[in-house]
Design a binder for this molecule. Structure first.
Ligand code: ADP
Length: 377
């Protein structure tokens, strides 16, 4: 590496020297021509040979002086031009000397061996502290990376575990009803209808769960399609309220906003996010409790809030409600048919719009979930 740089530096120096020497030769040629012309006129003006000799001596002296000056100038210029290259070479040499002294080849090969032995099943392995300063930095960086990989891998395993568990229940129910159909369905019309209804319902739940899982997986590997456009958040919210009123007549619904609030967002994703919050409000609010959709602009942000007068979330559950498959109370959520994925999807939607999701809740009083998104430019 250093040799290559030195070679480059030499060839550059040669080029520079050649260019500068050519320039000086051109200058001398002009000077000599002038002397010739002078001699020509001098003979006409009948100057003595001695006087002519002085002029020639003067010219040669001037040329010599110019050559010396040029050589000095060249040296300075070449030195200045090559400075970054020489600096780099020096730095490389210093680094090479330091590395040669700091990194013991035996320690390095031991480190490589240890790294080779680490696989997915042993991501909790950490490298022992190294003796030299350079290796210490390297092992610390590798250990930090292993820590991150370990956490990501554990989360992935948990996710697959939960997903399999969630799918196992509806599959078992469908199997049970299919067996029932097989045994009694032909003779008992009531049993047949019950089995058909259950299979349809479980099939629908499974389809929803698989769609939710796919949505999160697309978000994880950055393949989620987001088509942002300038839209009025209050229009999207009004649509969600209208659709909710069609399927739920047990809660009074309110709209709270004054005028338009413009965002740059994907209308389908935003609607999906608001729907998740409103559906939860319906699920976790007793009959008669009010559900309000409130939209405000605060500085550069828009707040899209869903407020309810439901059971609320206990303090210890609050930090976990955005976690995948988390249900504040498993039996309660199972009763309401939730998968524990709704809020993680809503949070993902907020993030892919450069915003976030907030929650404030008081058990027995109600909850407020809010999308905080940047307003349109
Ligand atoms: P789920 O499908 O179970 O509703 P979510 O991810 O949407 O899954 O919500 C996670 C948990 O947060 C729920 O199981 C519930 O315990 C709690 N939760 C969500 N929204 C509300 C709400 N509006 N009121 C009370 N609890 C809520």
């Amino acid at each position: 590496m250093a040799e290559e740089k030195e070679k480059k530096s030499h060839s550059l120096a040669r080029k520079l020297n050649l260019r500068l020497t050519l320039r000086q030769l051109r200058l001398f040629a002009v000077l000599d021509l002038a002397v010739f012309a002078f001699a020509h006129f001098a003979l006409r003006l009948s100057l003595t040979m001695r006087e002519l000799g002085h002029v020639l001596l003067l010219t040669l002296g001037a040329e010599l002086l110019l050559l010396l000056l040029g050589a000095m100038q060249n040296a300075g210029l070449i030195k200045k031009t090559l400075k970054p290259l020489t600096d780099l070479t020096a730095a490389t040499q210093v680094a090479a000397a330091r590395t040669a002294g700091g990194l013991d080849p035996e320690q390095l090969s031991d480190l490589a061996d240890r790294l080779e032995r680490i696989d997915a099943a042993q991501l909790d392995t950490r490298l022992p502290a190294a003796s030299s300063a350079e290796l210490k930095e390297l092992t610390e960086a590798i250990n930090a990376m292993l820590e991150r990989l370990d956490a990501a891998y554990a989360a992935q395993i948990k996710f697959v575990d939960h997903a399999s568990h969630e799918l196992r229940t509806p599959i078992a129910v469908i199997q049970g009803y299919a067996n029932l159909l097989n045994r009694w369905g032909k003779d008992d019309p009531a049993a047949r209808q019950e089995a058909i209804d259950a299979i349809i319902a479980e099939g629908e739940a499974m389809k929803n769960l698989v769609e939710q899982l796919l949505f999160l997986a697309r978000g994880d590997n950055h393949t989620m399609r987001v088509s942002p456009e300038r839209l009025d958040a209050t229009e999207v919210a009004a649509q969600v309220l209208k659709e909710t009123a069609l399927v739920d007549q047990t809660h009074p619904l309110s709209a709270d906003w004054e005028g338009s609030v413009f965002l740059t967002a994907d209308p389908d994703l935003l609607k999906e996010g608001l729907r998740i919050l409103v559906d939860n409000a319906v699920k976790y609010t007793p009959t008669g409790g009010r559900i309000t959709l409130k939209i405000r602009q605060e500085g550069d942000s828009a707040r899209l809030e869903v407020l309810d007068e439901g059971m609320g979330v206990a303090g210890e559950d609050l930090p976990h409600v955005f976690d995948r498959f988390y249900r504040a109370d498993a039996s309660r959520a199972r009763q309401t048919g939730g998968s524990g994925l709704g809020l993680s999807i809503a949070e993902r939607i907020a993030r892919c719009h450069n915003g976030h999701l907030e929650v404030t809740s008081a058990p027995g009083i109600g909850s407020k979930f809010a999308f905080v998104l940047p307003i349109a430019a």
